[in-house]
Design a protein around this ligand. Structure first.
Ligand code: SF4
Ligand code: SF4
Length: 132
């Protein structure tokens, strides 16, 4: 299935046809691991003008399953790189981890559409259009 967002990205099943990310930042506020691979760490460190060691020490932690590194969270559970304000955003957007880039079109989790505003809006539109 091809995504309806114009990117041409192959989406996993279950993504509403009319899905568009509304950039609410909620998925960056959910507590949980954001895994960072080796090449991703190199790219993020370079983007932040940090050495890889500085980036790893300041922004990552060992994942609970000890199988890799995850970005650390702020005390409220949101990602350390989420900026809040009139427009929320990702401080490392051009080099964000694949896990971030792939949600929700390449991967998602059971019930994600209830947590994601873009999906909820798409489902509402689909229901409305189905009724008219
Ligand atoms: S929760 Fe959904 S709509 Fe909001 S930023 Fe994440 S993917 Fe986009
Ligand atoms: S790295 Fe960026 S896109 Fe990924 S969770 Fe953090 S703020 Fe969100």
């Amino acid at each position: 299935m091809i995504s309806a967002d114009g990117t041409g990205i192959q989406s996993v099943p279950g993504v509403p046809r009319e899905f568009h990310c509304v950039r609410c930042g909620d998925c960056c506020r959910w507590s949980g691991c954001v895994m960072v691979g080796e090449s991703e760490a190199d790219a993020i460190a370079a983007f932040l003008n940090l050495s890889v060691e500085e980036f790893l020490d300041g922004y990552t932690a060992l994942a609970p399953d000890r199988q890799g590194l995850t970005l650390i969270e702020k005390p409220d559970g949101s990602c350390i790189f989420l900026t809040e304000g009139d427009e929320c955003g990702c401080r490392i957007n051009p080099v964000k981890p694949r896990q971030c880039e792939g949600f929700p079109l390449r991967w998602n989790f059971p019930g994600w559409e209830k947590e994601c505003r873009g999906a909820a809006e798409a489902l509402r539109r689909e229901r409305k259009n189905g009724k008219s």
